[in-house]
Design a protein around this ligand. Structure first.
Ligand code: 0O2
Length: 202
């Protein structure tokens, strides 16, 4: 089967999840409440990346759809660490998807320094061939975590996964600094939110 055909339902899921998560953001705005969502992005993993990941994890081609859980990926970026858990709770209460797995790399970062909350969900979509349950990964992280992860991802790409030791060390320090920033912002969260409310009223 052609890749375009295989990936079509994944693309549909990414678009539908984005619409729904953006809906949450809008509802908070309409009620003039702090939105736990700053912005949302989504993507279908490029074919090249799918093949590379399958190879590195020794997944046979005919098992890719069953084994790779992040072909469809949606990212929710928040202002504050608390917001991450608000989103997690909201996703838990939804009836339009099933949570298969959760990875809390927020409270326990990965060895690289990476922090993010991952939810692997199963989401039903209607296709021209009938209903299909598609697995997708929702990554939830703060702006600071996102800044770090985006830069680290670029470096990983540049060095083909072999980031030199000195840069790795700096990245770990940067991850700690990003986390410190999140902690400091959490402490003055109420002040920031009040300022934002005043700003929005103007
Ligand atoms: P891309 O290019 O973003 O798609 P596991 O078997 O559970 O250890 P798996 O299945 O890769 O590994 O799951 P994991 O660790 O939850 O990672 C899934 C995705 O999270 C990655 O997809 C990245 O998007 C992100 N991620 C995980 N670890 C890191 C990290 O150390 N740095 C950065 N920047 N992102 C990370 P891909 O396919 O690796 O990459």
């Amino acid at each position: 089967m052609k890749w375009d055909v295989i990936l079509a339902p994944y693309s549909q899921v990414v678009e539908e999840l984005k619409v729904k998560l953006k809906g949450i953001r809008k509802q908070f705005e309409y009620e003039s409440r702090h939105s736990p969502i700053e912005f949302i992005t989504g993507r279908v993993k490029p074919i090249q990346s799918i093949l590379e990941k399958a190879e590195s994890k020794r997944i046979p081609l005919d098992r890719i759809e069953e084994e790779l859980q992040d072909i469809a990926g949606v990212r929710v970026v928040c202002q504050f660490v608390d917001d991450i858990y608000t989103i997690v709770k909201m996703i838990h209460s939804r009836k339009d998807l099933t949570i298969l797995e959760e990875k809390d790399y927020v409270s326990r970062n990965k060895e690289s320094g990476y922090r993010s909350y991952h939810m692997i969900v199963e989401y039903p979509v209607e296709t021209i061939h009938g209903a299909k349950n598609v697995v997708a990964e929702i990554q939830i992280r703060t702006l600071a975590m996102n800044f770090w992860a985006t830069n680290e991802h670029s470096l990983n790409y540049k060095y083909k996964g072999q980031i030199p030791a000195d840069i790795k060390k700096r990245l770990k320090r940067a991850a700690e600094a990003a986390f410190k920033l999140d902690e400091e912002m959490s402490i003055i969260k109420n002040e920031v939110q009040e300022a934002q409310r005043i700003f929005h009223r103007k």
